[in-house]
Design a protein around this ligand. Structure first.
Ligand code: ADP
Ligand code: GN1
Ligand code: MG
Length: 374
């Protein structure tokens, strides 16, 4: 029902606001993001084939200031465009390109205060939910490593914090404790095992933050949401052609980008797998990612960063599990869910991965440190 209403508004009003090329044909939902509502919109043109664009309703209950958000994305994509052009690449394909509104704005706010934005569609490329082909994960790692490298000279002070305390795991832990205490949905009694799992790892939550505060590790411009499904892979070469979902590009740590990629892409199963016997961290995928990521970003990292890279995979997985569990306890208000207990299922896979990484940590460290030259 909600979709029907949204679709009518989109077709009658929203699509007409943007600098789209051609006559509107139709619209369909796109992708498996947990935050925004994403659509592919198709347009007919006279002599050439139809063209499609990406249209997104920005989730403004999470991304509270769409103007500063879109200014961040404009700044970052302009910077990337310049570098891609200098290297002889195609910026319309290798970075997101904002399609502005007809009156030159970065997004459109409709009468219900809902905010919409549009991008060029990255064609001849695929968004994968798992590292299903050999070499794919290595290529995604290279692309995320390159992304970080290309932004290493971006003026970080011009970026606004789009989501406050996004990877502040200490704060995530505090929110979790509050959710347990309030137990708004009466769900805590059924998830005692998961709650205890988190509590036993409280001390892990502060390790990276503490080092950032003491300036022992540098702040960098990072993506902060480096899931495999936030990158488009070229259909012919399988190269990571374009990093997408730039909502969380902010000053952060290399650990956030590296750790989150491992959390999602090195898992043997989907993020919401219910058969936990299928869930573990695939050490070969871990190795692949380390090699790809460090081949691009490796020389910029400090020794301390190398030393904690493997741990960051566990930390980011724990953090994400805490966020899923917190959302479950609070009544599923943050992440989109598609079935009952979806967030609990997601939390459980994350905790299974954490436990598995703890068993493999020594091996993970050895793999990373074998690349450290300083
Ligand atoms: P969310 O923040 O909800 O995750 P994303 O920006 O990641 O939203 O978009 C959701 C999905 O839409 C992506 O995972 C991808 O499948 C698809 N998508 C987003 N932008 C593009 C694009 N420019 N070209 C092609 N597909 C895209
Ligand atoms: C969300 O937007 P999406 O689906 O790419 C979330 C990430 C989580 C991820 C878990 C802005 O990512 O932080 O790690 O879900 N993004 C935001 O799958 O909260
Ligand atoms: Mg996404």
């Amino acid at each position: 029902m909600e979709n029907k209403i949204i679709d009518t508004k989109i077709t009658a009003e929203v699509v007409n606001q943007f600098e789209f090329n051609g006559e509107f044909i139709h619209i369909e939902p796109l992708g498996q993001g947990h935050i925004n509502s994403t659509y592919a919109v198709y347009f007919r043109r006279e002599t050439v084939p139809p063209i499609r664009y990406v249209l997104q309703r920005i989730n403004t209950s999470i991304l509270k200031n769409p103007l500063t958000l879109m200014k961040n994305i404009e700044g970052v994509t302009n910077h990337l465009r310049k570098k891609i052009m200098e290297a002889g690449g195609n910026p319309d394909r290798e970075t997101l390109t904002i399609v502005k509104t007809k009156d030159g704005k970065l997004f459109y706010e409709d009468g219900d205060k809902e905010c919409w934005r549009a991008y060029l569609f990255i064609e001849d490329a695929t968004c994968y939910q798992s590292a299903e082909k050999p070499g794919l994960f290595y290529n995604s790692a290279k692309a995320f490593g390159r992304f970080q490298k290309l932004l290493s000279d971006y003026p970080a002070e011009t970026l606004s914090e789009t989501i406050e305390k996004f990877h502040n795991t200490v704060n995530r832990y505090k929110n979790f404790e509050k959710a347990v205490q309030e137990d708004r949905m009466g769900r805590a009694k059924d998830v005692q095992k998961e709650i205890e799992f988190v509590k036993a790892r409280k001390d892990d939550c502060g390790i990276v933050l503490d080092l950032i505060e003491k300036k022992e590790i540098p702040l960098r411009v990072t993506h902060n949401d480096t899931k495999l499904n936030n990158i488009m892979m070229d259909n012919e070469t399988n190269e990571g052609i374009c990093v997408i979902d730039l909502d969380t590009v902010m000053p952060g740590s290399v650990f956030y980008d590296f750790g989150d990629s491992i959390r999602f892409g090195a898992s043997s199963a989907a993020e919401d797998e219910t058969d936990l016997s299928k869930v573990y961290m695939d050490i070969n995928l871990f190795k692949e990612y380390v090699e790809g990521f460090l081949s691009e970003a490796g020389e910029t990292l400090t020794k301390k960063e190398y030393e904690l890279l493997a741990f960051s995979a566990k930390l980011l997985t724990l953090e994400c599990g805490i966020r899923f569990l917190t959302d479950y306890l609070e009544g599923d208000t943050y992440f989109k869910i598609h079935r009952e207990h979806h967030n609990l299922d997601r939390a459980r896979t994350q905790f299974k991965l954490v436990a598995n990484m703890e068993e493999k940590m020594e091996m993970m460290n050895e793999i990373v440190m074998s690349h450290c030259k300083n």
